[in-house]
Design a binder for this molecule. Structure first.
Ligand code: UGA
Length: 468
């Protein structure tokens, strides 16, 4: 099938490369010439596992790049719109990019096309896209607007796309549904997974994935409701973690105890410094806003957002509790990305915490395996950048873990202790076992678990000339 993907951001680029890997002929359209040139020259703009391989495999053959949207529409049966929907000041989604793309698409509709929303958009967007295309002269019989939300996570975007739990297609006509069924047939009939060159199957993958066909509006809601629910799970467990801290319980044990109930499930119950990124914060607000616009005051989502914000403040208070004052202190920060496995720092809780510490006069040496270049654009030289966790830790008054990178969970603790000026670790991602950290000579603070201290020595006492 000939497919157009409009927008070469995170979702568009991954979807385009993956559709090509399913055997379709894909044209990726963008109006940013620099992006197109970079992609044509083999550059990979985002840090995403398997994406370089897929781009290399299909660039110039199954995957072409263009800035001519109307012409690309003429050549395609399905047009996936994956342009940005950034938040406005009041938290609604700004749909102006979607609108201008819809306008341009209408100029290329010569025979039947299905225009598919892939970006996260509020319910009713499909109605508006249809209206705009009609207003600009397209024949009402010559197109349908469908919704095919994307559930990929940064860091595992390619495998999430190719091995999804489910594929949701929201259509109001059988003709559109048939086209979308064909687009995903290599996944739903399992033929993709039998190919020798298929991307390796992740452990938890359900093969073949479920295909869920709904109305367009239901599909739009499924996307917002999924993200809001996941964000709610995180805020819920962060709230439970705060109670654990007050009563001396261990949040890991609580998560295990509740997560083994299959109705609840263990995933997305990792407490920490709150969720960030380009999706949850924006989508929770947008969902709240669209609900209000249609007469429902979704106050539960206010609590989700509030708990998330408080979580960062609680962590800052924890740092103060551990260090007393922070002005002039040398702090090692591990992690700048909004989560592990990505170089994305958009709405990163790590950056927000780091900036708060800078405002208080701390000196920060930071390390992140992938996000340092992007962080430099925001933080400039207000922090020192290290080449490894140990270099960051060298002579620091304490070590803060702010992103759940796997490599931060596997540090050589002896070496770390030797590098630090004081063996104090404040872990915002619960990567270590408190008892182990105490046994290894650290004063260790985490989220929803009691602090631990070097075995037998109460916190704050001097040992070998060092405060523990
Ligand atoms: C999220 C959803 O997980 C995807 O399904 C969705 O497609 C995507 O948004 C989107 O709408 O495009 P993503 O933002 O890439 O994906 O990242 P997540 O893995 O969901 O993590 C989001 C934030 O929550 C991160 O800051 C992460 O550290 C935090 N988190 C996640 C926790 O604090 N605890 C958890 O248990 C899980």
């Amino acid at each position: 099938m000939r497919i157009a993907v409009v927008g070469s951001g995170y979702v568009g680029l991954v979807a385009g490369a993956c559709f090509a890997d399913l055997g379709h002929d894909v044209i990726l359209v963008d109006n940013d010439q620099r992006k197109l040139t970079a992609l044509r020259n083999g550059e990979v703009p985002i840090h995403e596992k398997f994406l370089p391989e897929l781009l290399e495999r299909h660039r110039g053959t199954h995957l072409q790049f263009s800035d001519d949207l109307a012409e690309t529409v003429r050549r395609s049966s399905a047009i996936f719109v994956a342009v940005g929907t950034p938040p406005t000041e009041s938290g609604e989604a700004d749909l102006s990019y979607v609108e201008s793309v819809a306008r341009e698409i209408s100029g290329g509709i010569d025979d039947y096309k299905v225009v598919v929303e892939k970006s996260t958009v509020p319910v009713y967007t499909s109605d508006w896209v249809r209206k705009i295309i009609l207003r600009n002269g397209a024949d009402p019989e010559s197109f349908d607007v469908a919704s095919n939300p994307e559930f990929l996570r940064e860091g595992t975007a390619v495998t999430d796309f190719l091995f999804p739990d489910r594929i949701v297609i929201g259509c109001d006509s059988e003709r559109a549904a048939d086209i979308l069924r064909s687009v995903y047939a290599p996944l739903t009939d399992g033929s993709y997974y039998r190919k020798v060159e298929a991307i390796p199957r992740p452990d938890r993958a359900l093969i073949p994935p479920a295909l869920i066909v709904t109305s367009t509006k239901s599909a739009e809601l499924i996307k917002h409701a999924s993200n809001a629910f996941l964000a709610m799970k995180i805020s819920f467990i962060n709230a439970v973690a705060s109670v654990c801290e007050s009563v001396g319980a261990n949040v890991n044990q609580v998560v295990h105890g509740i997560g083994t109930d299959t109705r609840i499930g263990p995933r997305f119950l990792n407490p920490g410094i709150g969720y960030g990124g380009s999706c949850f914060p924006k989508d929770v607000m947008a969902f709240r806003s669209v609900a209000r616009e249609h007469g429902y005051d979704f106050t539960l989502l206010d609590a989700v957002v509030r708990i998330n914000e408080e979580q960062r403040q609680r962590f800052l208070r924890k740092i103060h509790h551990a260090l007393w004052t922070v002005r002039g202190k040398r702090l090692a920060v591990l992690g700048l990305a909004f989560k592990g496995g990505t170089d994305d720092i958009r709405d990163s809780p790590a950056i927000a915490i780091l900036q708060a510490l800078l405002r208080e006069g701390s000196q920060i040496t930071a390390y992140d395996p992938a996000a340092m270049n992007r962080s430099r654009e925001v933080l400039g030289d207000t922090v020192t950048y290290a080449n490894s966790s140990y270099e960051a830790a060298h002579n620091a008054d304490a070590l803060l873990i702010l992103t759940e990178w796997e490599e931060f969970a596997n540090l050589d603790l002896n070496r770390l202790r030797q590098e630090l000026r004081y063996p104090i670790v404040i872990d915002g991602r619960n990567l270590y076992d408190p008892e182990l950290m105490g046994a290894q000579g650290f004063t260790y603070y985490s989220v929803g678990r009691s602090a631990s201290h070097p075995n037998g020595v109460p916190a704050g006492v001097l040992r070998n000339g060092k405060k523990v």
